[in-house]
Every structure is written in structure tokens, then in C-alpha cells.
Write a protein that binds this ligand. Structure first.
Ligand code: X8Z
Ligand code: ZN
Length: 554
């Protein structure tokens, strides 16, 4: 991979040089050519001299490799030390309700995945800084911002974060209260941060795995299709066949035969073959050569991740006839939102009933609040997490967080923006940011923030097209809309995707959704009934919202 990346980078450098030498930058009269020139003219880290480039991609590769190979010992049997993130550690973090065990795995993971990557992270920061300078950016953060084709991008992200913050604080206060009831006030003090290991996810990026202990109506059954999937004998292939069928029902592209033979949809049994299990979708830039690599488990969560990945694949297939420069999304957030948008329909009770995973697809008021709450634990909770991910990296790139404060600076961000804290006290001697995959792999993360906002804009537009939502009707809601089978919705989606990056994202967004901007309106509207319930509940329980910044790292 390093060899191919090196070769590719060399080629991109030659192309950019040729564009400069021949004065193509000055071509004025053709907008499409101009866009291609701009895309090819931008080099990012490829601008480094060969030796530096090589050092950088080796550092990134080492970090990824450390992350993929990290193993920890079992809590019950400390001599058994072959527990991997996928699936063993994740399973324990999702399902254990023993705070000691949870804190143990949390610490093991951060110690093994985080700290060993620190030196490589330093190399990565030095060299991306160097590349940014060569490219005329103030910092590597500005290189990332540049991808969004939007001079106000950062302030727009801030604006949306602030718009959802009151709702987040209400959710946070309610969850803290319910966890207090479960684990005791000594673990969760009033006005404190929530210790991450109690939230069912190593990074506390989504909290839905602990829904069973914090659900609004505990006596009302809630939807969890995992058991039913196992009972019905679901396989990895079946999950992806279902996703394929969904896109086909919209009259969109069918997965090519080679997808099925060339993808890796299951963790290899051979213990000597170690792979990066973090799910990904690949475009080989040929005709119809698209593949997924995912260590798929038979669970509800993986059902949605599979659809997320299939969204990338559908995008690749829709824009594959564009010139190479345009085989991408005009806004990184679009790419991440396609599959999630489909998953919003797939996870609707109506659809789950259609495919025989639940019996009743029409919800009463209590079930509906339960379902909206579960979804908010995924989608609203994710926003402050993704916000801190790149607020942190921007600050490191810009040298606003100094090296001697890299670790506690990270925890300060997570606390300030999200009100969560590490499971155990940390110090500057630890190094925790690299315990999250995208930091090792150099994957920019605001794209997921943007996607979590865009997907509700897309969902709404598609539901209107499918005749399932009427904005002027106050009894019409988006949370049980399923666009399955709607050719009208499929047509609009196809048109949006097939443009690739040949046009500015605002233009394509407006044509598709009518919105000129990334906007939290559709998202907030979707959750309105829950918000109303939550506000009353907070009043009834007399809960205070908010938190003081944690002192758990120094
Ligand atoms: O990394 C992913 C996808 C691959 S692009 C599985 N996601 C983010 C994450 O896991 O942190 C999807 C949502 C957030
Ligand atoms: Zn993705």
C-alpha cells in the first residue's frame, strides 16, 4: 500500500506541476475545466519532498497498524491476552454493566491503542505542518477546511453545534440522572461529567448501547432486532443483499458481481491474518470495481454500518462516468450521509416490520418516545463528539494546544464540548487521542458532523418525494417514513449523486433539498416530540443541566 501510495503521489505531483508550467491555472472560459484544474492543482501532503512523504505515510501506517493489532487481557482471566477490539472488547463495552470491568477494558484499550502511537503522531504533526507551509496554508487545519469549498465552514459548524447544544444538555442531564440511579451518585456527581465507560462505547461517541438502562419508558418494549436477526439465521451476505435490494427498490444501481467476490464482509478466521477491522468502502476507479471491507457481526448496529458503507458504494457507482477529478463528493459530508440516509428508512419501525424483524410497525406514544430517544443517543450525542474530534486536531495543527498539553488538552475538549470524562484519571504521560481510529488513520472528522446534519435534510427531501411527508400537515412526521420502493425518491437521489464533485455543493444541495445551507432545522424538527417530552421530564425531576470542566487529567 505504501508503494502504491508513493507512486500515486509522485504522479499527482507531476500533474500539478504540469498544470502550473502550462499556465492552465489561468483558463477562464470553461467552468468545468477550471474545477478539474483546481482539484488536480491541489496537492496537500503530496507536496512534500519524497523522503518526507515516505516518513509521513509510514508514520500513519504505523499508527493504523498499532490500532488494528492492539490486544488486551481478559478481565476474568488476566493470562488470556488475545482480546481484539473487534469483536471482543467492543462486545464487553457494549454489554457489561459492571463499572469495574468496564473501567478495566477502557483503560486497557487506551493504554494499548493510544500511547504507543505518540511518537508517530508527533512525526505526523511535524510533517503535515511542513506540507501545509509548502502549500501556502497557515496550518494543516486550513488545508482541511479548504476541502469544503466554503469560506465560512468553521463558523457554520460552530453555529450548528451551538444550535443543538441546549438539546444535548437536556439529554446529557437526563442520562446522567438515570445513570446515577443505576450506579450511585458517587460515580456521577451533580453537575459533573459522565465517566465514559458507563456509556456503552469506548469513545462515548454514541450512547445507544446503554439504552436498556436509561430508556424513558422501561416497561414499554423497545426495538432491538439483534436477537431476531440471529434467530432468523442472518449471515453477513444476507445483510449486504438486503442493502443492495433497498437501493434497487429505488431504481438505483445494483451491486456488480465483482463486489461479492472481491469484498471482505467477515473477519478472516485465520489468526495469522490481521486486518484493519474498521469498516471501509473502496473505489478502485475502474468500471464497476467497488468493494467493502467490514468485520461484520450479526447485530442491529452492523446492519446500519453495512448500509453506511453501501452508501459510499452507491455514490461511487453513480458518479463513475464523470471525469476522474469529479469522482468524489463536492462536500466530504455528502459522502458520509448517503448510507446513513438510507439507514434512517431501514431503521423505521415500518420498514423493520416489512422485512419481518418486528411484528408491529405502528408505534404508540410511549414506544415512539423510546425510539426517538434511542436514535437521539446515536445521532444527537454524536455531534459534540465529532465536533471535539476536529476542534482538537485543528488546535493541535495550529499549535494552539502545545505538545506538553496534547493529552490533557484532548480531555479538556471532550469535557468542554460534551461533558464526558475518562474512566480513570489520566495525565500528560498518557496519550489518548490515538485510541480513536480516525486520528491514527488521518481521516478528517468534521465530515461525519456535517453528515449527521445533512442526512436529515436528505431524508426529509426523499420522504416528500416518496409522498410520505407533508410539511404543511402538523400530524405528518419524519420518524416513521420509509422510502423503500419509491422511484421518485430514487430519481432525485440519483440525480444528486451522479453529479459527483463537478458542481459546487450548495448548488447540488439546493436542487435536491431546496436548502441553500447545511442546516439543523430538519434534524431538530425530526426530534421535536422527544424534545417536548424531555423538557417536561427535566422539570418534573427538577434536574439541573450542564457540567464543570473535568479535572481528571493533569
Ligand atoms: O468511520 C465510520 C465509518 C466508515 S467511513 C464506519 N464512521 C465514523 C466512526 O465510526 O467513527 C461512521 C460514523 C462515524
Ligand atoms: Zn463512511
Amino acid at each position: 500500500m505504501i508503494d502504491i501510495e508513493t507512486e500515486n503521489s509522485k504522479y499527482l505531483k507531476e500533474v500539478a506541476q504540469e498544470i502550473k508550467d502550462r499556465g492552465f491555472n489561468d483558463i477562464q472560459d470553461n467552468e468545468q475545466i477550471q474545477r478539474q484544474i483546481k482539484i488536480f492543482g491541489k496537492l496537500s501532503v503530496d507536496a512534500l519532498i519524497a523522503e518526507d512523504y515516505n516518513t509521513l505515510i509510514n508514520a500513519i501506517s504505523n499508527m493504523q497498524s498499532n490500532y488494528a493489532k492492539a490486544k488486551v487481557c481478559s478481565y476474568e482471566d488476566r493470562r488470556k491476552c488475545d482480546l481484539a477490539l473487534d469483536p471482543e472488547i467492543q462486545k464487553r463495552i457494549h454489554h457489561s454493566r459492571d463499572p469495574e470491568e468496564l473501567a478495566y477494558y477502557w483503560k486497557e484499550w487506551y493504554d494499548h491503542a493510544g500511547l504507543p502511537a505518540k511518537d508517530n503522531f508527533k512525526t505526523y504533526i511535524d510533517l503535515t505542518r511542513k506540507a501545509a507551509k509548502i502549500n501556502g496554508f497557515k496550518s494543516y487545519a486550513d488545508d482541511w477546511v479548504d476541502e469544503y469549498d466554503d469560506t465560512d465552514f468553521e463558523s457554520n459548524v460552530d453555529k450548528i453545534y451551538n444550535e443543538i447544544l441546549p438539546f444535548y444538555k437536556e439529554l446529557h442531564a437526563y442520562v446522567r440522572h438515570r445513570l446515577q440511579e443505576k450506579y450511585g451518585a458517587d460515580k456521577l456527581p451533580e453537575n459533573g461529567n459522565i465517566p465514559m465507560h458507563l456509556l456503552g462505547n469506548l469513545w462515548a461517541q454514541q450512547w445507544n448501547q446503554v439504552f436498556d438502562i436509561i430508556n424513558p419508558y422501561p416497561d414499554t418494549p423497545f426495538i432491538d432486532v439483534t436477537d431476531e436477526m440471529v434467530k432468523q439465521g442472518y449471515t453477513q451476505e444476507k445483510i449486504f443483499r438486503m442493502g443492495d435490494d433497498f437501493f434497487q427498490s429505488l431504481n438505483m444501481s445494483k451491486l456488480p458481481e465483482s463486489f461479492w467476490t472481491k469484498s471482505v464482509l467477515k473477519k478472516p478466521d485465520d489468526p495469522n491474518r490481521q486486518i484493519v477491522c474498521h469498516a471501509s468502502a473502496w473505489d478502485f476507479f475502474q468500471k464497476d470495481d467497488v468493494r467493502i471491507k467490514q468485520c461484520t457481526e450479526i447485530t442491529q448496529e452492523h446492519l446500519y454500518v453495512a448500509h453506511h458503507e453501501l452508501g459510499h458504494i452507491q455514490y461511487y457507482l453513480q458518479y463513475q462516468d464523470q471525469p476522474v477529478a469529479f469522482r468524489g463528493a463536492p462536500n466530504p459530508g455528502f459522502h458520509e450521509a448517503v448510507g446513513d440516509t438510507i439507514a434512517l428508512s431501514v431503521s423505521s419501525p415500518r420498514h423493520l416490520q416489512k422485512i419481518g424483524l418486528i411484528k408491529n410497525g405502528e408505534l404508540d406514544e410511549k414506544s415512539r418516545i423510546n425510539e426517538l430517544f434511542k436514535q437521539a443517543l446515536q445521532k444527537i450525542i454524536f455531534l459534540p463528539f465529532s465536533y471535539s474530534m476536529d476542534k482538537y486536531r485543528y488546535a493541535v495543527f495550529r499549535d494552539e494546544i502545545k505538545e506538553n498539553n496534547w493529552n490533557c488538552g484532548w480531555w479538556k475538549m471532550r469535557s468542554t464540548h460534551g461533558g464526558v470524562e475518562p474512566a480513570v484519571p489520566r495525565s500528560q504521560k498518557d496519550f489518548d487521542p490515538t485510541a480513536k481510529y480516525h486520528i491514527d488513520a488521518n481521516v478528517e472528522y468534521f465530515r461525519y458532523f456535517a453528515a449527521h446534519v445533512f442526512q436529515y435534510q436528505f431524508h426529509k427531501a426523499l420522504c416528500i418525494k416518496a409522498g410520505q411527508f407533508d410539511e404543511s400537515n402538523p400530524t405528518s412526521f419524519l420518524d416513521n417514513c420509509d422510502i423503500y420502493g419509491s422511484h421518485e425518491a430514487g430519481e432525485a437521489f440519483k440525480e444528486f449523486l451522479s453529479v459527483g464533485s463537478s458542481k459546487n455543493w450548495r448548488e447540488v444541495l439546493e436542487k435536491f433539498t431546496g436548502d441553500k445551507e447545511m442546516s439543523a432545522k430538519a434534524l431538530l424538527n425530526y426530534f421535536e416530540p422527544l424534545r417536548k417530552w424531555l423538557k417536561e421530564e427535566i422539570k418534573r425531576l427538577n434536574l439541573s443541566t450542564g457540567w464543570a470542566v473535568t479535572d481528571k487529567c493533569n
